[in-house]
Write a protein that binds this ligand. Structure first.
Ligand code: CP3
Length: 339
């Protein structure tokens, strides 16, 4: 498959900037909300035909340059037999938060592949019909740990941060296990045929650089080494990670996704000079007038003009209730490019 998205990931010259959007499938689409009336979120994720359908939904409306598998970073928790739900409007809620050595020791990553067979089946269905690359993804060990240890979405990740400093051995044991979980989750998708992988370390930006170096980087380096045999581009994404860019660059992702607060030009001239950059339109701008949207898209394209490689995306996921016409306008503007 020739694709400007894949070419851009490898830093090859492309005729125009490719675009896809994090959370391009989801609640802003009426056809997604309609499916959710009869199916809980995790039920959608476990049903290959429905995963394929939801993955397709945004591609029927917009000429996006890549699809992203419909799933969630918490899906491997099903294989680990961790009791949890995805509470509507809240996010992942874990029945018994993981905070002790026996709980960590009891996590069993055996036979993940068999238990996540529905993921591979959905990918096969999609690959037989999609005309654009399919991106698979997984949560990074730290971001998975935030849900398991806090037990629910958190603002400040206090319990996790306390564990890192006060119980370093427990933290290390948990990160070892979660690195294996992330590796399996990604390898299953690669083996089933995805064309690229994105690792979401969404919340790791809350850690100071020295803490990241001691408590996260060794596991991310092991993760990246474990993926190095795969012949597909690997993307890293996190929110508020400017201070971590030198360390993120050290494990050599092909692409680094950046949030809307990052100056793409400054990152490309400094800490991300060796990688392709993905981002970073503020998803909130899509609620404004067409003029404001056009100016915002132009400003991202101008920031990225002349850098080593750029993939247009949002700084974080599409927000629920985003007007569909705004998404369409953004895709068209990026396809037209700067004059
Ligand atoms: O990008 C896509 O279109 C693929 C789908 C996707 C989902 N989750 C579907 C989803 C992806 C890539 C994810 C990843 C994910 N999940 C992340 C990393 C991305 C990020 O946002 O930083 C995280 C942290 C999660 C955990 C998670 N799952 C949260 C915090 C929530 C609640 C979000 C909310 O706004 O309610 C979920 C649920 C979730 N994952 C929904 C979707 C479409 C909403 C489910 C619904 O109620 O219909």
């Amino acid at each position: 498959m020739s694709s400007i998205f894949i070419d851009a990931c490898y830093g090859r010259k492309v005729p125009r900037t490719p675009i896809w959007m994090m959370r391009q499938a989801g609640r802003y689409l009426p056809e997604y909300r309609a499916l959710r009336i009869d199916h809980r979120m995790l039920e959608l994720c476990r049903n290959p035909a429905l995963v394929a359908e939801v993955t397709w939904q945004p591609l029927r409306r917009f000429p996006l340059d890549a699809a992203i598998l419909f799933s969630d970073i918490t899906v491997p928790f099903l294989a680990l037999e961790i009791g949890f739900e995805i509470a509507p409007g809240v996010g992942p809620v874990v029945e018994t938060p993981l905070r002790s050595a026996p709980q960590v020791a009891a996590l069993s990553i055996d036979e993940m592949q068999g238990k996540l067979d529905f993921v591979a089946q959905a990918i096969s269905l999609l690959k037989s019909e999609l005309k654009v690359p399919l991106i698979g993804f997984a949560g990074a060990p730290f971001t998975l740990a935030t849900y398991l240890v806090e037990g629910k979405p958190s603002r400040d990740y206090k319990t996790v941060r306390k564990m890192i400093y006060s119980e370093p051995h427990l933290w290390a044991a948990l990160m070892e296990k979660l690195t294996d979980v992330t590796l399996s989750h990604l390898r299953i998708q690669a083996a089933a045929g995805v064309d690229a992988l994105q690792v979401f370390d969404s919340w790791v930006g809350v850690l100071p650089a020295a803490t990241y170096a001691a408590a996260v980087l060794p596991y991310m380096s092991r993760l990246w080494k474990g993926l190095s045999g795969l012949d597909i581009p690997l993307i890293h994404f996190g929110v508020g990670t400017w201070h971590l860019f030198p360390q993120i660059q050290s494990f050599k992702p092909h692409v680094v996704g950046v949030d809307s607060t990052v100056s793409i030009r400054a990152a490309a001239a400094g800490p991300l000079r060796d990688t392709v950059i993905q981002g970073n339109l503020d998803p909130a701008c899509m609620f404004a007038s067409q003029d404001v949207i056009a100016a915002s898209v132009r400003s991202v394209l101008e920031e990225a003009r002349g850098i080593r490689g750029h993939i247009f995306n949002l700084g974080h996921g599409v927000l629920p209730e985003t007007p569909i016409d705004a998404v369409s306008q953004v895709v068209d503007l990026v396809h037209k490019g700067l004059d």
